[in-house]
Design a binder for this molecule. Structure first.
Ligand SMILES: [Zn+2]
Length: 312
């Protein structure tokens, strides 16, 4: 542990080892209980791989504060100097939870493929209140929202309806429909690049205008194929090489044309929604979508935990 006390060059150059999916034991080993320095050293290395920079102005020439560990001072953006800590400007700031507990919650969320409920987090972490667990997980989910990029190659598009479980409703409120307006379900649209990333988004309504806007924002015009089903909302995407399978006549695969990949993502998401998040409110649906999208898009990332921490 002694080496972590020095905040000079030696500690700076030491990069935490990337681990795709840390086991519980690896986590405990990396961040031992009672060691406040280990998570801070990890956070510093992930936030500032090139060395500490001022979170306010980006200045790399900051000074160590000798009197306060894990604090620095920038003299560029404030006349008297701006003092900041390793958690300044992150979601870990202004909370009464130690960094190690935050890391533990992030780890629990990333290692459960179907998601982990806030109630489970509360129990496992021994938090006094459910709200604490809920606030932490929502902050983490919001941090995991990925910057918008465009998908290429072969892309599949599909829409689905999530939540508002029919069999939980009072008999006279049952709709008997699997989705659509008036079912209490939330519509989500998704695009996935084969062997690549998924981008999913909650829609207010499944309309041609909303769907076309989503596709134009998320799918490159240079795709070789845009595979959809025979829903009419895709009819207007004339500038794309759209080919569809006709689910209405039980046609699911025609050569490369199918939507199996995006449907696979929906099934992981729905198992999470139904099995784990019993009361997933429509209001927070975009945050859950972000969480599942992050896990999916980082499934081959050799440093999933580190990527998540640097996004926080
Ligand atoms: Zn500054």
């Amino acid at each position: 542990m002694a080496i972590l006390r020095f905040q000079g060059v030696a500690a700076m150059a030491k990069r935490p080892k990337p681990v795709h999916q840390m086991t519980e034991a690896q986590f405990e080993n990396m961040f031992p209980i009672g060691d406040d320095d280990a998570p801070k050293a990890y956070l510093r290395a992930r936030r500032w791989p090139e060395g500490v920079r001022c979170p306010r102005c980006g200045n790399p020439a900051v000074y160590d504060l000798p009197s306060r560990k894990w604090h620095w001072q920038c003299e560029k953006c404030a006349p008297d100097g701006y003092r900041f800590s390793v958690i300044a400007g992150t979601i870990f700031e202004n909370t009464n939870k130690p960094l190690r507990q935050w890391f533990k919650v992030v780890h629990l969320m990333l290692t459960s493929k179907k998601g982990i409920s806030s109630l489970q987090i509360q129990r496992q972490m021994g938090f006094g209140s459910y709200e604490t667990a809920l606030n932490m997980t929502h902050k983490i989910r919001a941090a995991l929202i990925e910057p918008q990029t465009k998908l290429g190659g072969i892309v599949e598009i599909d829409e689905t309806w999530v939540g508002g479980k029919d069999h939980n409703r009072h008999w006279d409120k049952k709709t008997g429909k699997s989705g659509g307006a008036g079912t209490g379900k939330t519509p989500i649209i998704g695009a996935v690049q084969r062997k690549g990333n998924v981008i999913a988004r909650v829609l207010d309504h499944v309309t041609k205008i909303n769907v076309e806007k989503f596709v134009r924002e998320t799918v490159s015009h240079k795709v070789s194929l845009l595979a959809t089903d025979d829903h009419q909302v895709y009819d207007g995407l004339k500038e794309y090489p759209v080919k569809s399978v006709r689910h209405k006549i039980n046609q699911y695969v025609v050569g490369a044309v199918h939507t199996n990949t995006i449907e696979g993502f929906w099934s992981i998401f729905k198992r999470g929604v139904v099995g784990t998040f019993h009361k997933m409110s429509a209001k927070y649906m975009p945050l859950y979508v972000a969480e599942f999208q992050f896990r999916y898009n980082n499934r081959f990332n050799p440093d999933m935990f580190g990527t998540a921490i640097s996004a926080c």
